[in-house]
Ligand binder design. Structure first.
Ligand code: IDP
Ligand code: MG
Length: 199
């Protein structure tokens, strides 16, 4: 079964490909298909927007992840707005912005959330969610991963997510957990759905 991965975030693509190795699924890139604006108020809404658009346009089942980091001392910010936090354009600038916001703050607790949705062209949706709790450092460490990984030390480890390999991160991460649940649900392959587009 050909599954389209509905994201242009290369960090996510790498993690999704690694996590679904051995499933026999042929993961394909989205190509030139434009993704809709993330106008939803929840990860679920945004992931559904992205996955449905890709499934309808390509006629294939499509996988999308919407995710973010929720910082306790910032009342859960930036959450669904993590990708454009502070209107900053790059991961490094967003990390600097977050560190500034937390300067002098003792409570460094945070969690990552990932919602993975597999959408079929007939409108059927499957939703999987994962979370990862940890603490934020006062400066970046490590060169792997993406986004806020260099600032985040998961509970039970002393390294940041950016100091883990892709496989180590997958074993504990929000996205890794959501994708493991997706894998479990499809132990006997993707369902043979009628994939006639609804539009
Ligand atoms: O595993 C992760 N590590 C570090 N940062 C993450 C992770 N997952 C999500 N994020 C942050 O949350 C943002 C989520 O972005 P979103 O899912 O809206 O769209 P995107 O696919 O366009 O990046 C990422 O850009 C990143 O900054
Ligand atoms: Mg988003």
């Amino acid at each position: 079964m050909n599954v389209v991965v509905a994201t242009s975030n290369t960090g996510k693509i790498r993690e999704i490909e690694e996590a679904l190795q051995g499933t026999g699924w042929a993961l394909g890139p989205l190509g030139n298909v434009p993704l809709p604006e993330e106008t939803g108020a929840t990860y679920e809404e945004n992931a559904a927007l992205k996955a449905c658009a890709a499934a309808l346009i390509t006629g294939r089942p499509a996988l999308a992840d919407d995710s973010g980091i929720e910082v306790e001392a910032l009342q859960g910010e930036p959450g669904v707005y993590s990708a454009r936090y502070g209107n900053r354009d790059s991961d490094v600038e967003r990390n600097v912005y977050l560190l500034e916001k937390l300067r002098g703050e003792k409570n460094r607790r945070a969690k990552f959330v990932s919602v993975v949705i597999l959408a079929y062209p007939d409108g059927h949706l499957e939703t999987y969610r994962g979370e990862l709790h940890g603490t934020l450092l006062e400066g970046p460490r490590g060169a792997n991963g993406f986004g806020y990984d260099p600032l985040f030390v998961p509970d039970g480890d002393t390294r940041t997510l950016a100091e883990l390999t892709v496989a180590e991160k997958r074993a504990i991460s929000h996205r890794g957990r959501a994708l493991a649940a997706l894998r479990d649900a499809h132990r006997s392959g993707l369902p043979e759905r009628d994939i006639t587009p609804i539009l």
